[in-house]
Design a protein around this ligand. Structure first.
Ligand code: NAD
Ligand code: UFG
Length: 354
């Protein structure tokens, strides 16, 4: 058994897939989640998929006493910190809720980590920290700026991590900047389960395909892109999950290299890394790929541009490849196939009552 890892927000969409990847890679994991945006059924299904009960603690990252109880009962190598709120529109309506969850929650977690001398962290950041990019593909040195409270909360946490790394070189802090995670586990047992009507493109398309929603509105068709619709770097969630395992392997290698029997510490400091495929796909291209895979018609209409949207966004994935030895492998067809399998087996997500 390899090192023990605390996974905050591990019941959610990306966290649940990452728990499986971590288990497959031999890690011992403890999941900590307040279930504010996830379901116990996801824990049951991950347990079924890994063939053993997942260690789960219900708790909030803003609750220092609860976190201290967890850290005093387990010896962690590090933390993968997914816990946070992620809806851009809701963040505009409820900024304090977002800063409290995403920023205060992370500060509380870091304070407890410091108290227990656990200094290795992988943080869920986002391509949203790049705002409207000046050049493409976007690399880790590209300018950062955000226009909504959700994005600001991610950028603020990145600044906090940078300051922390400067203040004390025993911290090893990797913000992974995700591009557009989509897809589901190939078993069809776990996937993305949005509350209410989805805001994001892939879950919207799949709910149209399964007949839950009538038609897709495509926000803007006059962008300077291949077909006038927005272009994004869609990445399969299982590839993304493996990116976390690669980052963890990197942290382990850097922080304890055995040289003639002695353990040498190399500080990683603050090390942001993009997780994307490096390829852009337009909204219309994704609709067409999904329709081909599902053999369903996806009716759509063109609508006004959505406020705050950018024309194109895709990653330079070179740093992840060179440093972590990680590369996304799965195609747009794989992403559509796995989303369709999950959506058609579970038309109401984890909730049979919905
Ligand atoms: P998700 O909502 O499915 O998962 C987040 C999990 O965190 C949920 O299980 C939720 O219950 C839990 N949580 C929220 N606040 C908490 C708190 N205060 N204490 C404990 N648990 C809490 O979201 P996801 O798509 O899996 O995203 C995971 C992380 O990745 C988030 O931080 C998100 O901002 C970031 N991210 C997501 C995307 C995306 O498109 N899905 C893109 C970039 C970054
Ligand atoms: N789109 C539509 N119709 C829809 C939904 C989306 O046309 O019903 C379009 C958007 O206008 C955009 C593209 O599909 O051109 C992708 O939109 P998403 O909402 O799926 O994704 P975004 O790129 O806007 O944002 C996502 C997450 C953010 C995250 C960002 C970068 O929602 O939280 O990726 O990681 F910050």
């Amino acid at each position: 058994m390899k090192n023990k890892i605390l996974v905050t927000g591990g019941v959610g969409y990306i966290g649940s897939h990452t728990c499986i990847a971590l288990h497959e890679a031999g890690y011992d994991i403890v999941v900590y989640d307040n279930l504010s945006n996830s379901s116990r059924e996801a824990i049951n299904r991950v347990s079924t998929l890994i063939g053993q009960s997942i260690k789960f603690i219900e708790g909030d990252v803003r609750d220092a006493e609860s976190l201290k109880r967890v850290f005093s009962s387990h010896q962690f190598f590090g933390v993968i910190h997914f816990a946070g709120l992620k809806a851009v529109g809701e963040s505009v309506a409820k900024p304090l809720l977002y800063y409290n969850n995403n920023v205060s929650g992370t500060i509380t977690l870091l304070e407890v980590m410091a108290e227990y001398d656990v200094k290795n962290l992988i943080f869920s950041s986002s391509a949203t920290v790049y705002g409207d990019p000046e050049t493409l593909p976007i690399n880790e040195k590209s300018k950062r700026s955000c226009t909504n409270p959700y994005g600001q909360s991610k950028l603020t946490v990145e600044h906090i991590l940078e300051d922390l790394a400067v203040s004390d070189d025993s911290w090893n802090l990797i913000p992974l900047r995700y591009f557009n995670p989509v897809g589901a586990h190939p078993s069809g047992k776990i996937g993305e389960d949005p509350n209410d009507i989805p805001n994001n493109l892939m879950p919207y398309i799949s709910q149209v395909a399964v007949g839950k929603l009538e038609k897709l509105s495509i926000f803007g068709h006059d962008y300077p892109t291949i077909d006038g619709t927005g272009v994004r770097d869609f990445i399969h969630v299982t590839d993304l999950a493996k990116g976390h395992v690669a980052a963890l392997n990197y942290l382990e290698k850097q922080t304890s290299s055995n040289e003639s029997g002695t353990t040498k510490q190399n500080s990683v400091g603050f090390l942001p890394i993009n997780l994307g495929t490096g390829k852009g796909t337009s909204v219309l291209e994704l609709v067409s790929a999904f329709s081909d895979v599902s053999k369903q018609d996806i009716p759509y209409q063109f609508a006004e541009r959505r406020a705050g949207d950018i024309a194109s966004c895709y990653a330079s994935a070179d740093k992840a490849k060179n440093l972590l030895g990680w590369q996304a492998k799965l195609s747009i067809t794989d992403m559509c196939q796995d989303t369709w399998r999950w959506q058609s087996i579970n038309p109401n997500g984890y909730d049979i009552e919905k």
